[in-house]
Design a binder for this molecule. Structure first.
Ligand code: SAH
Length: 454
């Protein structure tokens, strides 16, 4: 049967797509419905129809799924940050396990995948140590901040995100009231005019230190000293900075930081190691799970004290310093210079002397060092951004022939692609362990162990 736009259909939701949308069928026609939960019987309105499939808008839940649960956030449906709040946390973990397995099978061509049980969170709300809030005006002209709605740049006003820390609201209230008082204009993406683009907040879970960084389309914010004295009243405030970004694009941060007050970094701890983190540096957003993630990576690396290790995409040296405690020597590579400054300082403050850090692209530094000095590795750890590893890097890794490769990934599709490459060239997939770093969202972290085939 053919369906058209605006048709109403009744569906039983049988599956969940990679973006968390419910999937149901009617008369051989597959419909993807955002906000429908696996196990629901729903009524949906078709909003886009192709020959064999279409997209629907959830109109009514006729019979709720046993896996349905009440979202804690009133904006869960509109906000682009969370996709799975209406699905029970247990089922979220099943969804994520299936997502990883599905990608490894379909994209990686793997069968009999050596999956370990997913490592879930004890408390899947209020876990994020970082948020970047866009600032704008609503239709009535009021200054607002919150999160983008899914797939758009419309701001859903919310200063108290259910995934974030309670201090977010206090920071946002003070910045917005300063803007109102001194007529400071939020940035407008359409016109490129206005000053305040984003407010970045980061929190050290174990040290309780708080960082605020204002991202401006300009060099200064009016009455800076008054804003600083207001923000300083918040408990734990350690770092107040400005980041200048005058470019008309979607990238949030510009590349320079100016210190307004305190230090230009906060410190946090993972296990026994302290880390200094600057606003430009990457740092895992879920500190409790990060500890479990790194412990798994360390377990897979299987170090006994005489290994030479490369940690590619090392950020502020988090994994490098974890590994350095058990290895002979660890070399880290990272593209952001400020992150490498943090990494060197982090080695120093923790009294770790068996590390060396390089600024540059992993796919340039590793081949260069390999060519120049014929460097060697027993173990290589990679932890790339979502787009995965560059092929030149994978090729060099294969040439270097480390005994083990530990792949830490935040995108299981590119992970599957890269594992396929490595496993076609002499490596064997030994273990896969998903770790939930991002409760309520469709994202999942995965750690994999590959060994050189005998
Ligand atoms: N392992 C670190 C960081 C992982 S995030 C941790 O767990 O904290 C990925 C990191 O890769 C980011 O710090 C990013 O700046 C860096 N990066 C992105 N592209 C890169 C490239 N081509 N070469 C090296 N590093 C890169």
């Amino acid at each position: 049967m053919e369906f058209r736009k605006n048709d109403l259909v009744t569906l039983e939701i049988e599956d969940c797509g990679v973006d968390g949308e419910g999937i149901g069928k009617t008369d051989g026609f597959t419909v993807f419905v955002k906000d429908a939960v696996i196990g629901d019987t729903i009524k949906a309105k078709i909003i886009k129809a192709k020959k064999h499939y279409g997209y629907g808008r959830l109109v009514e839940v006729i019979k709720p799924s046993p896996y349905r649960t009440k979202p804690r956030c009133a904006f869960a449906r509109q906000c682009g940050g969370c996709q799975l709040q209406a699905l029970s946390y247990d089922r979220q973990l099943v969804f994520k396990t299936n997502k990883v397995r599905g990608h490894l099978e379909r994209i990686g061509g793997f069968t009999d995948i050596p999956m370990e049980p997913i490592i879930g969170m004890d408390e899947p709300y209020h876990y994020r140590n970082k948020a970047q809030f866009p600032v704008g005006r609503n239709k009535e002209g009021k200054i607002i901040t919150g999160f983008y709605a899914g797939r758009t740049h419309t701001i859903i006003e919310n200063r108290d995100c259910a995934l974030g820390i309670p201090q977010n609201k206090e920071v946002l209230d003070r910045v917005i009231s300063h803007m109102e008082k001194y007529n400071i204009e939020p940035y407008n993406e359409m016109t490129g005019q206005g000053l305040v683009r984003h407010i970045l907040i980061r929190y050290g879970y174990f040290t309780k230190e708080l960082m605020v960084c204002l991202i401006l389309n300009g060099n200064k914010i009016p009455r800076e000293e008054l804003l600083v004295s207001s923000l300083r009243e918040i408990h734990g405030m350690t770092s107040i900075t400005i980041n200048v970004n005058k470019k008309r694009n979607n990238v949030i941060l510009g590349d320079k930081i100016r210190l307004l007050w305190g230090q230009d970094y906060i410190t946090d701890k993972i296990g026994d190691i302290s880390y200094q983190i600057s606003p430009l540096s990457f740092y895992q957003v879920n500190p409790r799970q990060t500890q479990k993630l790194y412990a798994k990576a360390l377990e897979y690396a299987d170090l006994h004290g005489d290994e030479t290790v490369w940690d590619l995409y090392c950020g502020i040296g988090t994994i490098s310093l974890f590994l350095a405690q058990k290895a002979k020597f660890v070399r880290g590579v990272e593209i952001v210079p400020e992150a490498i400054e943090n990494a060197r300082e982090n080695a120093r403050i923790n009294g770790i002397t068996n590390t060396q850090f390089y600024v540059g692209k992993a796919e340039e530094v590793l081949p260069r060092e390999y060519e120049k000095t014929g460097i060697y590795a027993d173990v290589i750890v990679v932890d790339p951004p979502r787009k995965g590893c560059d092929e030149v890097l994978l090729q060099t890794m294969v040439e270097m022939q480390p005994e083990r490769i530990v792949y830490v990934s935040c995108d299981s599709a590119t992970l599957a692609r890269d594992l396929k490459y490595l496993c076609q060239r002499g490596y064997e997939l030994k273990k896969v362990c998903p770790v939930d770093q991002f409760g309520m969202t469709v994202h999942v972290e995965t750690v994999c162990l590959l060994s050189k085939k005998l």
